[in-house]
Design a protein around this ligand. Structure first.
Ligand code: ZN
Length: 366
């Protein structure tokens, strides 16, 4: 299998950078279709208009319906065609970004992503996660087409809720460990090949940035200011984790998330919060050295990521329900099978129980 590396065409990150959006994207076209939630449009469309003032660029602002669904994609495609727009801009969280990527994919247009949170790998990836209109998961679409430009305004991220930045660190925490599993076993990545030295180096840099700057970044975002530590964590959560997982592959931490997502009430916790706990489960499953588990658990505690089932609202989960979670996490198509050894539901259940016990023991020590 060939090696493959994919990334956005350009990644720009800086304070107040949205006010300079014209400089970053005007080369892509002359008629921009900007998709964002009604609240984001109210807050930010003037900044975009001002950046493009005194140009003959046309900008259409369209409120997002709230769900990354196929009907919403079709609705937006019709508008894009009717207005003759030639560039799609997605301004917001994961669902806005994914919908913008989907519309651009079907209309064969360039896409610009402006994330307003640093909580997932959505900004840089070629992946779209589709939901039914009732909010239930439908499917993952691989567009094989990464965004042309990702523009991150750190001032906007600094004003997002702290918990979202922390959840982004949870998702980013898994990146190196899942990458290592895929790299060691020569598994296929989402770019259509195997890892490169570049992609694995980014995954390592992601984990190092979290350890170095996680707690410091939280202090910045709690006070709505941008520091070097926050810059580094935004880059880790967005660029390093995004490319690191897309171009190395994912593994058991994400399967654990998918397993727990079958439980009612699991939606009260963010993707990255489940994935952080899933990372500890992965390390137990792989029987990694105690020092490594120690470092990961201590990191989670230092930034407020979950380390126990109780932290995730599952203190009373029955063994039967846990087995169902483990069965879902080890379903045949799950990435947990990127391991070099067979993984059964009983193996996953055991790893969850022990990961929880480790987390409880650490919390008891504090
Ligand atoms: Zn993830």
């Amino acid at each position: 299998m060939a090696q493959a590396f994919a990334s956005p065409g350009k990644y720009i990150q800086g304070y107040d950078e949205l006010s300079r959006i014209k400089k970053h994207i005007s080369h892509l076209g002359s008629s921009f279709f900007v998709l964002a939630s009604p609240k984001r449009l109210a807050d930010l469309q003037e900044t975009i208009r001002t950046s493009f003032k005194d140009t003959d660029t046309s900008i259409v602002f369209e409120p997002f319906s709230g769900e990354c669904s196929k009907p919403e994609t079709e609705r937006l495609r019709e508008l894009v065609k009717a207005q003759k727009c030639d560039v799609i801009v997605g301004l917001g969280g994961g669902k806005v970004m994914d919908t913008a990527k989907a519309v651009a994919y079907y209309e064969k247009l360039p896409v610009v992503i402006v994330p307003t949170v640093a909580s997932s790998d959505a900004p840089t990836s070629a992946m779209v996660i589709y939901y039914h209109e009732d909010g239930t998961f439908q499917e993952v679409m691989l567009t094989r087409r990464n965004p042309n430009v990702v523009l991150v305004d750190t001032g906007i991220i600094a004003n997002a809720p702290t918990r979202l930045l922390v959840a982004g660190m949870g998702d980013a925490l898994a990146t190196f460990f899942e990458a290592r599993t895929c790299v060691e076993n020569h598994r296929r990545n989402y770019a259509g090949g195997t890892f490169t030295l570049a992609s694995f180096a980014l995954a390592k840099a992601c984990y190092e940035a979290l350890l170095d700057d996680g707690p410091g970044a939280i202090l910045a975002v709690q006070n709505q200011v941008v520091t070097k530590a926050l810059d580094n964590i935004i880059e880790a959560n967005t660029l390093l984790s995004g490319i690191g997982s897309e171009c190395n592959g994912v593994a058991g931490a994400h399967s654990v998330y998918f397993g727990f997502r079958t439980l009612p009430g699991s939606h009260e916790f963010f993707h990255g919060e489940w994935v952080a706990f899933g990372t500890i489960v992965l390390l137990v499953l792989e029987n990694r050295p105690q020092e490594e588990i120690d470092e990961v658990v201590r990191f989670c505690l230092s930034v407020g990521l979950p380390t126990t089932l109780s932290d995730l609202g599952q203190e009373n989960i029955s063994r039967d329900d846990l087995l169902r979670v483990a069965q879902a996490a080890s379903a045949p198509k799950e990435s947990i099978h990127n391991e070099p050894f067979p993984v059964t539901a009983e193996d996953v259940l055991a790893a969850i129980v022990v990961a929880d016990a480790i987390g409880r023991s650490y919390q008891g020590q504090i």
